[in-house]
Design a protein around this ligand. Structure first.
Ligand SMILES: NC(=O)c1ccc[n+]([C@@H]2O[C@H](COP(=O)([O-])OP(=O)(O)OC[C@H]3O[C@@H](n4cnc5c(N)ncnc54)[C@H](O)[C@@H]3O)[C@@H](O)[C@H]2O)c1
Length: 382
C-alpha cells in the first residue's frame, strides 16, 4: 500500500495546483483553487491567448503555458484540474500522472472506454488520486435522496426516471462550438448530459447498470462559426432504457434542444415503500410520497434538513485537497468515471446495432468507496 508523500499531506507545505483549460469549467475550478488556504496556483495551461480565456477574478495572472509538457517541465504541480474538451482528457491526465500529480478530471472521462481504462490504469500505477467532477453529486437534494434509499426508507428500488434537458442549441445567437463536433466531444447530449444521469442513477440508488438500449437524434444539423456554416456531428438528443441490478428499471431522456428548459436535471426513484423526486432547480428540496396515503395522494415537498450531515459539499478542487490532507477519499473516483464510460459505450453499441448491450464495466462494490464514503486512501492508491 502506497502512502501520500509527507510534503503533500502534512498540511505545512502549500499544495501546488495547476489548471488545464481556461474556459467555463475552468472558471469554477479556478475560484475553488484560489479560495483555498495553503494551496498555490502554479500555472494555467491553455493554447489560446489569455485575451480569449473565459476566466474572471483572481488567478488569471498565474504563469501561462501553452502545453502541459511546458508546465510539467517547469513547475511540478501536486494536483492538476483538467477542464478541456473531452478529446484531450486522456492524454493530459496520463501526462500529469506520469509526473506524479493527482488529477481532477471534467466529465465525461474520455472519448471512449479504452481511453478511460488507460487513465484508471495509469492512475493506479502512479499511486495518485483521480477525481471525476460529477458535480451533481454535490447537490443536497440528490444526496438526501441517496441517504433515504440507503436508510431503507424506499424499500427495494423498482423504478428510476431521469431527465436532463437543455435548450441552448435552439437559443438565438448560439455559435458552433467543439461540443458540436464528434471528433472533439466524443458524444453530444448523450455523453455531455447523459453521463451526469448515468452517474446520478448509480450514486443515488447504489445500483449498477446491467444492460442498456436507446435511440439518439441530431435535430440541429448545422450551426454558424463566425461567417461559416459548420455541420453538427454529435447527437443533440437521446433517450435510453436501462436494466439495473435487482431488476430495477430505468428510463432516461436528454437533449440540448428542449425549448423551455434552461438547464434542468430531474430524477425520480420509486421503491416498494415510497417515491422520491429531486430537481436541480430546487437543490434544497425533495418531493416524497407519504406512508399510508390514498392512491391519488401527490408527492409532498420537503426541505432537506439543515442538520443533514451530507448537505454541504466542497467543490472538486477542495475535495481532492481534503483527501490529500486527511488521507480519506470522499468524492467520485476515476473508477466511477470508468463505470459511467462503460455504460455510454454499451449504449452507443446498442444504438448502433438496435439491440440491448450488457454493461461489463463496474466500479466495484456499490456503496463502497467508489460512491464517496470515507475510506482509507490506500485503497485508491493500491
Ligand atoms: N461538471 C460540469 O458540470 C461541467 C460544466 C461545464 C463543462 N464541463 C466539462 O468541462 C470541460 C470543458 O468544458 P468548457 O465548457 O469549460 O469548455 P470551453 O470551451 O469553455 O473551455 C475549454 C478551454 O480548454 C482550452 N483547451 C483546448 N484544448 C486544450 C489543451 N489541450 N490544453 C489546455 N487547454 C485546452 C480551450 O482553449 C478553452 O479555453 C468539458 O469536459 C465539459 O464537459 C463540466
Amino acid at each position: 500500500m502506497k502512502r501520500i508523500r509527507n510534503a503533500e499531506s502534512d498540511g505545512e507545505h502549500p499544495l501546488r495546483y495547476a489548471l488545464i483549460g481556461a474556459g467555463i469549467a475552468g472558471c469554477a475550478h479556478l475560484k475553488a483553487i484560489c479560495g483555498r488556504k495553503n494551496v498555490r496556483l502554479v500555472g494555467i495551461v491553455d493554447p489560446a491567448p489569455a485575451s480569449a480565456w473565459k476566466l474572471g477574478g483572481a488567478g488569471r495572472e498565474a504563469p501561462h503555458f501553452t502545453t502541459i509538457e511546458a508546465l510539467l517541465g517547469e513547475v511540478r504541480p501536486d494536483i492538476v484540474s483538467i477542464c478541456t474538451p473531452t478529446r484531450d482528457h486522456a492524454e493530459l491526465a496520463m501526462a500529469a500522472l506520469r509526473s506524479d500529480a493527482h488529477v481532477v478530471c471534467e466529465k465525461p472521462m474520455a472519448m471512449n472506454l479504452q481511453e478511460a481504462r488507460q487513465m484508471e490504469q495509469a492512475r493506479a500505477a502512479a499511486g495518485r488520486l483521480g477525481l471525476m467532477n460529477f458535480s451533481h453529486r454535490n447537490v443536497a437534494a440528490f444526496r438526501f435522496a441517496r441517504q433515504l434509499i440507503q436508510d431503507g426508507a424506499m424499500g427495494r428500488v423498482t423504478r428510476i426516471h431521469i431527465s436532463y434537458l437543455q435548450s441552448h442549441l435552439r437559443a438565438a445567437g448560439g455559435r458552433w462550438t467543439w461540443r458540436n463536433d464528434a471528433a472533439t466531444a466524443g458524444y453530444g447530449a448523450m455523453g455531455d448530459l447523459g453521463v451526469h444521469m448515468i452517474d446520478a442513477a448509480r450514486f443515488v440508488t447504489g445500483l449498477e447498470f446491467r444492460r442498456v438500449t436507446g435511440l439518439k437524434r441530431t435535430w440541429i444539423t448545422e450551426r454558424s462559426d463566425e461567417e461559416v456554416r459548420r455541420p453538427v456531428t454529435t447527437d443533440t438528443d437521446a433517450v435510453f432504457l436501462g436494466e439495473m441490478q435487482n431488476d430495477a428499471t430505468a428510463v432516461f431522456e436528454t437533449g440540448q434542444t428542449a425549448l423551455g428548459y434552461g438547464n434542468c436535471f430531474r430524477l425520480e426513484v420509486g421503491g416498494e415503500l415510497a417515491t422520491v423526486r429531486v430537481a436541480s432547480e430546487l437543490p434544497d428540496h425533495i418531493e416524497l410520497s407519504e406512508r399510508g396515503a390514498g392512491w391519488k395522494a401527490k408527492l409532498k415537498m420537503k426541505r432537506v434538513p439543515r442538520e443533514f450531515p451530507g448537505r454541504n459539499r466542497p467543490a472538486s478542487p477542495d475535495a481532492i485537497v481534503d483527501a490529500i490532507r486527511s488521507g480519506t477519499t470522499d468524492y467520485p473516483t476515476f473508477r466511477d468515471g470508468l463505470a459511467a464510460q462503460g455504460v455510454l459505450e454499451a449504449l452507443d453499441r446498442a444504438i448502433g446495432t438496435r439491440s440491448w448491450m450488457e454493461c461489463d464495466e463496474q466500479a466495484g462494490e456499490v456503496g463502497g468507496t467508489q460512491h464517496g464514503e470515507p475510506a482509507n486512501l490506500g485503497e485508491e492508491l493500491q
